[in-house]
Every structure is written in C-alpha cells, then in structure tokens.
Design a protein around this ligand. Structure first.
Ligand code: UDP
Length: 243
C-alpha cells in the first residue's frame, strides 16, 4: 500500500474499501495487526512526541481520518483520494463479517454503551458474531483481566474505543498479549452505534465540513480544533522535509 509521510507519520493512502479489504486480509493471517486512523490532531501530537510517532508507525495500517489529513497529502503531492474514518471502515467491515465465522469484541465507552451498540448492531445484522463487550473505564491494574477477557472470548477482531491517544497506547501496550488478529482504535464509534451521539449528516462528511458540524454541536471542542490551522501551517512549512 502506498504511504504519505505527514510530519513523520506514514499514513496509508487507502480508501475506505481498500482499508476494509486489507483488514479482512489481516483476519486471515496468523499474527496481530493494529489499525489506527490518525486525524490532524493525532499527527500534531506525534509531531511533538517522537515516541508516540514511533508507536503510530508500528501499526499495520494507518488511514486518514479527517479532511485535514487528506488536504495535507495533497500539499505533499501524494494525494489521498478520500477520508477513511474509523467509523466508516468499521461499518463496512461489520457488513462484511456479518454471517461469517469472524468474531468481534467491542471495548470502550461509558458503562452500558458497548452493550447498547451490540443490541443495535444485532438488530441490523442478526448474524454478526459479537463475542464480548467491555466498558472503557478501568484502572491500570484491571488491564491484564481485560486482555484475558478478550482472549477468552475467541475474538479475532477488536474495536477499541477509548479516544486518542489512549486507544493507540492501549493497543500498542498489549499487542504481544492479545490473541486477536486485528485491533482497531476507532474513537467515539461505539457511542454512534449505541445512538448516544449522532454522526454528522452525510452532507457535512462528504464536503469535508464535519469539523464545522461538530464545532456547532460540541463547542467545547473549539480548543482542540485550533490544532487544525496549526497543523496546516506546519505541513506547509515543514512537510517537505519528511518526503
Ligand atoms: N473513553 C473511554 N475511556 C476513557 C476515555 C474515553 O472509553 O478513559 C471513551 C468515551 O466514552 C468515548 C470515546 O472514548 O466513547 C472517545 O470519544 P471521542 O469522540 O472523544 O474520541 P475521538 O474519536 O474524538 O478521539
């Protein structure tokens, strides 16, 4: 898969469909793969923190979540053709593994969210093999039990929804103990499956204005969003050094 180096983070140029078929391929391999979906905020965090940058680059697949990353790839003349957000990849993967032997574990969100996500997903995909759920609030000393629970479930696909960078760090920390074939960090996706939060309407997602929709709905994110112009300025000023 082709990659574009954005401020040190080697993002795959995969579309949603390419990401889905790559992950389905991972499920057939006898080894562990991690999948992260960095947005501009995560890439800025990695730019400032070489350790986190290394952690991201250890992933088997890094897709571009967010229009900022897509624009950055265009500035760097290695254009990513579409935004491949974790939620969109997860939706298509679920469609593909429905009615197959693949086993899915949902980890993350407030207590009850993963179970509500399971109920809603099963309404839509009655033959989806969800083999376990676990909320995302725990103490460091609970982590070994969580890994054991995931392994005991026999899951081969794991959704980890703890928000960034917690989910990426959690997956990387446990990559040698987890028996799943693919672990994906997909942020607030379980909240959407559980219908606790709404995805931006398609118009906003397709036109690259999801950030604007979220800003209107969740104005407290404004601080975090100020990273976006800083990201664009840094890519323009420093991006070529990484090519
Ligand atoms: N979360 C969690 N454990 C934590 C912190 C957060 O399970 O210790 C969950 C939180 O309930 C929410 C998700 O992680 O479901 C983060 O969602 P958000 O949309 O903030 O993440 P993003 O995709 O923006 O990184």
């Amino acid at each position: 898969m082709d990659k574009v180096n954005i401020l040190g983070v080697k993002v795959d140029t995969a579309t949603i469909d390419e990401a889905v078929s790559t992950i389905l391929g991972f499920l057939d391999e006898d080894k562990f793969h991690s999948v992260f979906t960095p947005n501009s905020e995560i890439i800025m965090a990695a730019y400032k923190d070489p350790e986190f940058c290394g952690l991201l680059n250890r992933a088997s697949l890094l897709t571009a979540d967010g229009i900022g990353v897509v624009y950055a790839s265009k500035i760097l003349k290695k254009p990513i053709t579409e935004r491949a957000a974790g939620y969109d990849i997860a939706c298509k993967l679920i469609e593909k593994i429905n009615n197959t032997e693949h086993k899915l574990f949902l980890f993350g969100g407030k207590p009850g969210v993963a179970e509500e996500a399971e109920t809603n997903l099963l309404k839509k995909y009655p033959y989806l093999n969800i083999v376990g759920t676990r909320n995302g609030y725990f103490k460091p000393e609970d982590e070994a039990d969580i890994v054991a629970e995931i392994n005991a479930s026999g899951a081969d696909l794991l959704f980890v929804c703890l928000g960034a960078p917690k989910q990426e760090q959690w997956i990387d920390r446990h990559k040698d103990e987890l028996n799943v074939r693919a672990a994906m960090g997909i942020g607030g996706s379980l909240d959407i499956f559980a219908e606790r939060t709404e995805r931006a309407p398609e118009f906003f997602c397709k036109t690259g204005l999801e950030w604007f929709y979220r800003l209107c709905k969740e104005p407290w994110r404004a601080g975090r969003m100020m990273e976006l112009p800083k990201f664009a300025a840094t890519v323009i000023a420093k991006g070529r050094k990484y090519q």
